[in-house]
Design a protein around this ligand. Structure first.
Ligand SMILES: CC(C)(COP(=O)(O)OP(=O)(O)OC[C@H]1O[C@@H](n2cnc3c(N)ncnc32)[C@H](O)[C@@H]1OP(=O)(O)O)[C@@H](O)C(=O)NCCC(=O)NCCS
Length: 289
């Protein structure tokens, strides 16, 4: 008979358990992987995994990433849950619930958010979460490629990673309405898994994830400590003429004239103890766990 499942909190210090955690993620999520992120040494004290172990394996989990949230100009500490799941063959036995309760007890009364997929939209309300809409933003913007392009850098290079994380730690929040600050180690997860746009370094303190396609420049995220001169910067980000900008975040700070394109239908934002602004917003894609 298998031993009874038991809960254990896995932190960045428990490197001997990281392989078990990564195996769990690979079995439950087809599109998520933590191996490269761990190899890149991105797991730090901000990330805790509330794991249910059985026989040395992680069988269910709910992870909590400490978040420095920005909500209508206020800087608020909170948490984001992620990697919530249970191995397919052990579902329906209350194991994910055990992991969720442990993570929620740790977060206490702090604001919590998470991004759910469409199969679990009825799961999170059982734990006190409510859905909140997310919007897509765009702006008409004509621009030609500049004479000099900003270098595109690869976060697989440890020295690039170190520079990027320094810049991300001191970056001004890209939105004061709804977003976060200092989430460089979440952004590197996307790069480690090949899901981030190209990373352009405009200068030491200005890093932009962006991709131009069919005349549309999608600015996925911006990590800059000082205001950016966008009319000059955009020419350095594109290799084709563009007519439109789109944004992977709430763009009201630098682009107050951006318009709402529609709802981000599959965002799946859920919140608990957190009042999402009534005005349209998009929590930064690269800050989602
Ligand atoms: C959703 C998931 C985590 C549930 O795990 P589980 O261990 O089977 O869940 P539990 O047995 O602890 O169920 C807890 C409660 O949630 C309910 N529940 C389980 N899955 C649910 C779902 N998909 N939608 C709604 N309710 C669900 C259970 O019926 C149970 O209700 P009860 O308290 O009334 O008995 C699991 O199916 C899973 O890993 N799915 C794939 C990964 C995934 O999509 N994770 C979410 C990422 S956002």
């Amino acid at each position: 008979m298998n031993p009874a499942p038991s809960l254990r909190v896995v932190s960045h210090r428990d490197t001997d358990l990281h392989a078990a955690y990564c195996d769990y993620v690979a079995q439950v999520f087809t599109q998520a992987d933590f191996r490269r992120w761990c190899e890149w040494r991105q797991w730090n004290e901000d990330y805790l995994a509330f794991c249910v172990f059985q026989d040395g394996r992680v069988v269910a989990n709910a992870s909590a990433m400490r978040m420095r949230l920005v909500i209508e100009g206020a800087h608020v500490d909170g948490w984001q849950l992620g990697a919530v799941g249970c191995l397919p063959q052990l579902r329906g036995r209350g194991l994910a619930r055990t992991a969720m309760h442990a993570a929620l007890a740790h977060c206490g009364d702090a604001p919590i958010l998470l991004f759910a997929n469409e199969r679990v939209l009825d799961f999170y309300p059982r734990f006190g979460f409510a859905p909140a809409p997310q919007s897509l933003f765009a702006l008409d913007w004509q621009a030609q490629p500049g004479s000099e392009q900003a270098p595109v850098l690869d976060l697989a290079d440890p020295s690039v990673r170190a520079q990027f994380l320094r810049a991300a730690a001191s970056a001004r929040p890209v939105s004061e309405r709804f977003g976060a600050r200092d989430y460089g180690r979440t952004a590197t997860w996307y790069a480690a898994n090949g899901y981030a746009s190209a990373l352009h370094r405009l200068d030491e303190d200005v890093w932009v994830f962006a991709q131009a396609e069919d005349g549309v420049l999608t600015i996925e995220d911006v990590f800059a400590s000082e205001p950016v001169d966008w009319p000059a910067a955009i020419g350095r980000l594109i290799d084709q003429p563009i007519r439109e900008l789109r944004f992977g975040f709430t763009p009201e700070r630098d682009w107050p004239q951006a318009r709402v394109l529609g709802e981000e239908a599959d965002a799946g934002l859920f919140v608990r103890n957190l009042a999402v602004p009534a005005s349209p917003n998009r929590f930064a894609l690269l800050a989602r766990t």
